[in-house]
Design a binder for this molecule. Structure first.
Ligand SMILES: CC(=O)SCCNC(=O)CCNC(=O)[C@H](O)C(C)(C)COP(=O)(O)OP(=O)(O)OC[C@H]1O[C@@H](n2cnc3c(N)ncnc32)[C@H](O)[C@@H]1OP(=O)(O)O
Ligand SMILES: CC(=O)C(=O)O
Length: 527
């Protein structure tokens, strides 16, 4: 197995992505996580850009990392100054990073248009910036910006820029697909031409504008490239950078390259979610390898087959990257989906039991009426319990009333709910206010029930989604409400459907409460 060095630029190029920003403390936490995950180089930022990035390099010096090296990023010197006078180059040296990476121009068009200097002057910029840094930094890398576009426009000049970097003695020359439009089939020929004149180790840095960043990085590794740059979750400028969460398992599991350990790979999903969390973004559920849907099976035929052998519809074992197989329930289900779910919920169900078919028919009918169980597994579990006769009715509703009152044109409406419930023969009548009618109803219902079931206090409402179902009846359309609730241990989803948004919300709220009460009862029975 040959070694591929991983170079993460989440903290630099990743933050060039729209909506991505990290505090210095977040950057330090992410750096620790990347270090534990076996990443060899962590590009922490551009110290010549802003005080936050300078602070990162200062703070990270105080931290103990296991093996990762910290790299500082910048550009070649400005045209009219020598490296020792160039503020950007000086801050790179002052960062005291373990490695430095600077980008320079490869594409003659960029030299003319962006720098507005001669081609010869650009070669001088590259050479003497790198020579200066090489003498002062432990390791020096050169990002050949727009290498592939530059090569296609003027191969002779593009190679001359790489030669200037090689003459300055850099440790690695990184070929960048900066505009992200190069196609995988272009890589073998271009890299073979580079290797004819460049003996310095080569790296790859790709962007995802043509949706080929991961494929292009893999092609480059196939051509003998030894450093792969990318970001966690593919964060980065425009459409993002090459996604290391896809490249890592590809290198390890498909190409058998030495890069990180099996144990580190098993934490890949955790790493992905940690970075989403600190970026304050919802994880992409369809993300390959690490997303919630990456190993989620919906079609009945698929579910039947994976139960016989997982490899029928899974390209790797999900556990290898810290993920797991999921079975979804919908109108595309067959008996296998129902049986898999029953076993997941510890419910006894046999494939020959007529209840299995009854549940399946019920789901298909309900999905036709607008219910959706994919995001509402708790409602589905309750539906199964009802069919199996193991559902317990913890309370019954005697009635509720919700009032929304707006007293002035400019004033906020006031919402109030009253509810009457019966619990074991006792009647409870409560009222509560809320920030809206559904919140008021939720507050009143909990207030009434918490007296009997105090552990309901632990339940928090995490998400509330309303979807108008496409029946074309305007404000008289059917409404689907999906609620996500949770306690200290877990989260669960419930669903309600009605032409009345309050009724749809009530159904989803009641399912959420009943699910929690069943969960508590089952846990108590186990003890
Ligand atoms: C492909 C990449 O992702 S490269 C990284 C891009 N990332 C960023 O730009 C984020 C951080 N950038 C910044 O904070 C700012 O742009 C700074 C501090 C670096 C520079 O700010 P300013 O001095 O105001 O310049 P500005 O942002 O307008 O950039 C244009 C300048 O960069 C120069 N420049 C661009 N690329 C290079 C290069 N490779 N080498 C030297 N100079 C360069 C241009 O010639 C121009 O200088 P001029 O105005 O003197 O002609
Ligand atoms: C250097 C860099 O980030 C790029 O070329 O995309």
């Amino acid at each position: 197995m040959s070694l591929v060095k991983l170079y993460d630029t989440t903290l630099r190029d990743g933050t060039q992505g729209e909506d991505i920003s990290f505090l210095v403390e977040d950057k330090v936490r992410i750096a620790h996580m990347l270090d534990e995950s076996g990443i060899h180089y962590i590009e922490g930022g551009w110290p010549g850009s802003n005080p936050k990035d300078i602070a990162f390099f200062k703070d990270i010096k105080k931290e103990k990392l296991h093996q990762a090296k910290i790299a500082a990023f910048g550009s070649t010197r400005r045209a009219k100054v020598t490296p020792d006078k160039d503020q950007n180059i000086r801050t790179l040296v002052q960062s005291e990073a373990d490695a430095v990476t600077i980008f320079g121009k490869t594409w003659d068009f960029h030299v003319h248009e962006a720098l507005r200097i001669s081609l010869e002057e650009n070669l001088e910029l590259i050479y003497d910036s790198l020579e200066y840094l090489k003498a002062r930094m432990p390791e020096t890398f050169y990002d050949a910006e727009h290498f592939f576009d530059g090569y296609k426009a003027n191969p002779e000049y593009a190679l001359k820029t790489l030669q200037a970097a090689q003459q300055a003695g850099v440790d690695c020359i990184i070929l960048c697909d900066t505009n992200g439009g190069t196609m995988p089939y272009e890589f073998p020929k271009i890299i073979a031409e580079v290797k004819k004149v460049i003996t310095t180790p080569l790296g790859i840095h790709t962007h995802n504008d043509g949706d080929c960043a991961v494929a292009n990085s893999i092609m480059a590794v196939e051509q003998g490239i030894v450093q792969v740059q990318g970001t966690i979750n593919g964060f980065g400028e425009r459409c993002g950078n090459a996604n290391l969460c896809s490249i890592l398992p590809a290198l390890k599991l498909k190409m058998e390259k030495e890069c990180i350990s099996d144990e580190q790979l098993r934490h890949l999903r955790e790493l992905s979610r940690f970075v989403y969390e600190l970026a304050n973004l919802a994880p992409n559920k369809h993300q390959p390898y690490v997303g919630n849907s990456a190993f989620a099976h919906k079609g009945g035929v698929h579910v039947s087959a994976i139960q016989r052998h997982p490899e029928t519809y899974e390209h790797i074992r999900p556990e290898l990257v810290g993920n797991n197989t999921r079975v979804l329930v919908s109108d595309l289900s067959g008996r296998s989906n129902i049986l898999a779910k029953a076993s997941e919920f510890n419910l006894n169900l046999d494939s020959k039991d007529p209840v299995t078919l009854e549940i399946l028919d019920n789901i298909k009918d309900m999905e036709n009426r607008g219910y959706q169980f994919e995001g509402a597994e708790a409602s589905f579990e309750l539906l199964m319990r009802r069919a199996l006769g193991t559902h317990r009715k913890f309370f019954s509703l005697s009635g509720f009333r919700v009032i929304d009152e707006k007293r002035h044109e400019e004033g906020q409406p006031i919402s109030e709910a009253t509810i009457m419930v019966k619990v074991g023969g006792k009647v409870e009548h409560t009222a509560a206010e809320g920030t809206g009618p559904v919140n008021a109803l939720d507050n009143a219902l909990r207030k009434a029930l918490e007296k009997f079931y105090p552990r309901l206090k632990e339940v928090k409402l995490h998400d509330y989604k309303v979807r108008v179902l496409p029946a074309g009846q305007g404000t008289a359309s059917s409404i689907r409400v999906l609620i996500e609730s949770g306690d200290k241990e877990s989260r669960w989803g419930t669903v309600g459907v009605s032409s009345n948004v309050i009724e749809a919300s009530y159904q989803a709220l009641v399912d959420s409460i009943e699910y929690k009460l069943h969960k508590e009862e089952d846990a108590a029975a186990k003890k």
